[in-house]
Design a protein around this ligand. Structure first.
Ligand SMILES: [Zn+2]
Length: 661
């Protein structure tokens, strides 16, 4: 559900480059504080604030980045809750606590090293291996999705129809890869393709196929992946905002595209009520047609190998070690069992831990501060939009209505579930229990297809450090986990909080008016024409200048430029957000605290490879640019620090941009 929302960061973590920080020098010199002269605020504001912290930041083992968007604290807090709940007793049947305790205890009781493979899994693996017709394949595939939570071959799930007010709709997802091999990586080398072939071969061999035969079957899976990749629109894959490409089709049109599928039977087998399936959405017609071409007897064996790997990976913990050759491929977890159990419950049952997390780490006083901050920011935007006289008054009125319609979703909006729906949840062991839970959740998701979406329901886990804007709902989600320093503290002054969480909120609110989301009208309906022609022309012209600004004046490593088009929506959200929050500060000192904390929340390191990857694929600019490029174009920043021509942060007035002025 998270993809396509305008999350603050691409992936829940964010980032930075560190090339000029000479760690080694600092360590061997007698007076480390003198070896690197900190940049002044007018030279490089990002480094001026973060130099010291960056120098001392260390990557966790295997991490590609380290920074403020750190899930470790929230993760530890959630695991503490799980352990406390597990140590207690007497919980109401069907309650969150009862589910957490049962899952945790059953997980610890399960002898992953010695228990035989559950008979059900064993039978299913051989059932898939023995499929002899496409008809049978679709039937088994639907069953694996419905009863075992293994995503179906058509990648169908309940999603949002972004062009129709976010209504629940049956949505074809777009494959961005096959198994854990991303199409993007197939563009660069054969190594990922070979690992895919090997995975297929290992799986088939484990089920008794001869080596030569298994290798041939693995190779077929590789060829199938290449075919699917060839049919894929990589522009859509690389684009976070998939609604831009979303199309709605009738059931009849979907039948025509998927000529090799008996869609009625398949949807029914998946557990959907056909009367709810009148409209379907997709984002990549070419891939869907390409997939259809692969759904034939000729490719049956490759499809089976794909399914086997997918299924085997999903249930790896119950299978690993019991089939010859699978122990390595299926990655056994060697950590302390209690640590594994807490981790398992935190990820597999996060909907149960989430309300408990909110109850423990959120309260009415925090919510009051948060809502007041949101209202203040909304007031800031009111002023900016009213004064934007380069837009027609009709457009300004529309934008103001859109602003007033924005809904805040906070920890207070997360409700505990209805215990009655879970009171019969049982299982003789952990395998049976998690399966029963999965089936309950699946059935609820399918039933939601017939329901109207609720704008006040959180679309992000509250235990995740992030925030997002949903253009179809015109709402912003602020999680509980992000309400920690440096973003927010009940003890911090108003302007420090405004530079942190305030900027996060203003960024998300700013998405309502960014170059992409502005195409949704005041009611969240996708309709680019709601902005009059002459205003669209002005906006286009300003877009061009903004693209140039970010591309021309800022680099990473002194060499790499951001893709101004790719990052425009996010850059605009940052720029508008900063214009908004800085307009709320009256004095130099207030502005200083605000700018300082803004730079602090973006203090992050990324390994070079991850940073270059970000430049290629992420809608978000690297954090040094998110900080310096935004401040370098802000009049209030020039006033506050007296930036002059020749300073690192100086940009000639004719080249500066503004979102609202
Ligand atoms: Zn954003």
């Amino acid at each position: 559900m998270l993809a396509g929302l305008f999350a603050l960061t691409g992936c829940g973590v964010a980032v930075e480059d560190t090339p000029e920080i000479p760690d080694a020098v600092a360590e061997v010199t007698e007076e480390p504080e003198n070896t690197i002269s900190p940049a002044g605020p007018t030279e490089d504001f990002y480094r001026y604030i973060n130099e010291e912290t960056l120098r001392n930041m260390e990557f966790g083992y295997g991490d590609m980045s380290v920074g403020s968007f750190n899930e470790d604290l929230a993760g530890d807090q959630v695991k503490d809750i799980i352990r406390t709940v597990a140590a207690g007793s007497g919980y109401a049947p069907g309650s969150e606590e009862a589910i957490i305790k049962t899952a945790y205890d059953l997980y610890l009781d399960y002898d992953f090293d010695n228990a035989p493979v559950p008979a059900e899994l064993d039978a299913l693996l051989y059932e898939i291996d023995g499929i002899s017709s496409m008809e049978e394949f679709f039937r088994v595939d639907a069953k694996l999705d419905r009863d075992y939570g293994v995503t179906n071959i058509l990648y169908l799930q309940v999603g949002s129809d972004y062009r129709n007010g976010g209504a629940n709709a049956l949505a074809f997802g777009q494959y961005s890869g096959v198994l854990d091999v991303a199409f993007e990586d197939l563009e660069e080398s054969y190594t990922p393709l070979n690992s895919l072939k090997r995975a297929g071969s290992v799986m088939r061999k484990a089920l008794g196929h001869e080596k030569a035969e298994a290798d041939a079957l693995g190779k077929d899976l590789g060829l199938l992946a290449m075919d699917l990749y060839t049919a894929t629109d990589m522009v859509v894959v690389m684009h976070d905002m998939f609604y831009e490409f979303q199309e709605t089709v009738t059931k009849q049109e979907a039948d025509e595209i998927l000529s090799n599928v008996d869609l009625d039977t398949y949807l029914t087998d998946l557990g959907y009520d056909l009367k709810d399936c009148g409209k379907l959405t997709f984002v990549d017609r070419g891939q869907l047609a390409g997939l259809n071409a692969l759904l034939t007897e000729e490719h049956l064996e490759a499809l089976k190998t794909w399914k086997l790997c997918q299924f085997g990976t999903s249930y790896r913990r119950f299978i690993a070690g019991r089939y010859p050759g699978l122990d390595e491929y299926l990655q056994i977890d060697y950590r302390d069992p209690e640590e594994q159990a807490a981790d398992e419950v935190m990820t597999g049952f996060y909907e149960e831990t989430d309300p408990l997390y909110v109850e423990q780490y959120y309260n009415a006083a925090m919510d009051e501060r948060l809502i007041a901050m949101c209202d203040e920011i909304r007031e800031g935007y009111r002023g900016l939009i009213k004064n934007a006289d380069w837009l027609s008054s009709k457009t300004r009125e529309g934008l103001l209505t859109k602003l007033e319609n924005i809904v805040y979703v906070t920890g207070m909006d997360l409700q505990r579930h209805d215990n009655a729906a879970y009171k019969d949840l049982t299982g003789s062991d952990y395998f049976a229990y998690q399966l029963h839970y999965k089936r309950l959740k699946n059935a609820m998701a399918r039933a939601s297809l017939a329901e109207a979406p609720d704008r006040k329901v959180p679309t992000m886990p509250m235990q995740m450090v992030n925030a997002c804007y949903n253009p179809a709902f015109n709402h912003i989600n602020i999680t509980v986990a992000i309400m920690i320093p440096p973003f927010f503290s009940m003890e911090a002054d108003e302007y420090t909080n405004l530079g942190g969480l305030g900027m996060v909120i203003a960024h998300e609110m700013g998405h309502a008016f960014d170059s992409n989301c502005i195409k949704f009208d005041a009611n969240g309906i996708y309709d680019p024409s709601w902005i009059p022609e002459e205003d669209r022309a002005v906006l286009e012209e300003r877009n061009r200048k903004a693209v140039k600004y970010f591309e021309d004046f800022f680099t990473v490593f002194g060499v790499y430029h951001v893709d101004g088009e790719q990052t425009l929506g996010e850059n605009y959200a940052d720029l508008g957000g900063m214009e908004c929050v800085s307009s709320l500060a009256r004095t130099k000192e207030q502005r200083e605290r605000l700018f300082e904390n803004y730079a602090r929340i973006w203090c992050e390191k990324r390994v070079d490879e991850a940073l270059l990857d970000q430049l290629n694929t992420d809608e978000h600019s690297p954090s040094v640019i998110r900080t310096n490029a935004i401040l370098s174009t802000l009049d209030a920043f020039y006033e506050t620090y007296d930036v002059k021509e020749g300073d690192g942060m100086y940009i000639a007035p004719e080249n500066r941009i503004s979102r609202w002025k």
